[in-house]
Design a protein around this ligand. Structure first.
Ligand code: SAM
Length: 198
């Protein structure tokens, strides 16, 4: 194991210990392979947590730049530390704010939505003007830990039920959008890949 693999392993262990949700292994594998295959270079991530997915995406190629937004101060500080540890300060720009308060200039060829699960549609609409013509929007946790497939009466809390309903609304929004087409993959916790229609 090289020193970077060891650092990644530690990062994942820290996330488990501190109960910080980061992408599942098959989800991150799908995401990084997608970035490599489509040669995506300028990426916006909503929801940094401690920087795991941003670091994994940046590591796919030396000419990738990630802008990533996190609203939780402790996680933001931890992400700053981790990005430094991987010497990626020049390729990952970290913004400490609520994403819905951030207005960005310029275009991204991938917008990766992985923040508050009930607000996917808000993030989509807030940042779609920043999507390049042939760009993609990827949204994680479309299955929301299996709850989306459950009967509503079996869902254990009102809070989770509220999020599930919003994810279902977002799925409907994506699948019936006039301007975009979406494929939802049963990988990781469910990953939606959206692009403009022909
Ligand atoms: N992408 C990360 C990874 O796989 O390593 C995991 C992100 S975690 C699932 C979601 C993060 O989004 C949390 O750290 C949370 O604080 C942050 N978040 C939630 N709503 C947000 C918002 N409106 N603006 C910015 N960050 C937000």
């Amino acid at each position: 194991m090289n020193y970077q693999d060891k650092d990644i392993k530690e990062l994942k262990e820290y996330a488990i210990e501190e109960n910080i949700p980061i992408m599942q292994d098959d989800g991150i594998e799908f995401l990084t392979n997608f970035i490599i295959k489509k040669q995506l270079k300028n990426i916006l991530e909503i929801g940094t947590a401690i920087g795991y997915s941003a670091i994994m995406m940046a590591k796919t190629s030396n000419d990738i730049h990630i802008t990533t937004i996190e609203r939780d101060e402790t996680r933001y500080m931890e992400a700053l530390k981790n990005i430094k540890k991987f010497n990626l300060e020049d390729r990952i720009t970290l913004i400490f704010n609520d994403a819905l308060n951030v207005k960005l200039e310029g275009e991204f060829d991938l917008i990766f939505i992985d923040a508050a699960k009930g607000k996917n549609k808000d993030f989509f609409e807030h940042f779609e003007a920043n999507l390049s013509l042939d760009g993609y929007i990827i949204t994680d946790n479309m299955d929301f830990h299996g709850y989306v497939a459950m009967k509503e009466e079996d869902i254990p809390s009102k809070n989770i039920l509220g999020i599930v309903r919003k994810i279902k609304d977002y799925t409907y929004f994506l699948e019936n959008h006039m301007l975009y087409k979406t494929t939802i993959y049963k990988i990781g916790d469910g990953i939606a890949v959206t692009e403009r229609r022909g």
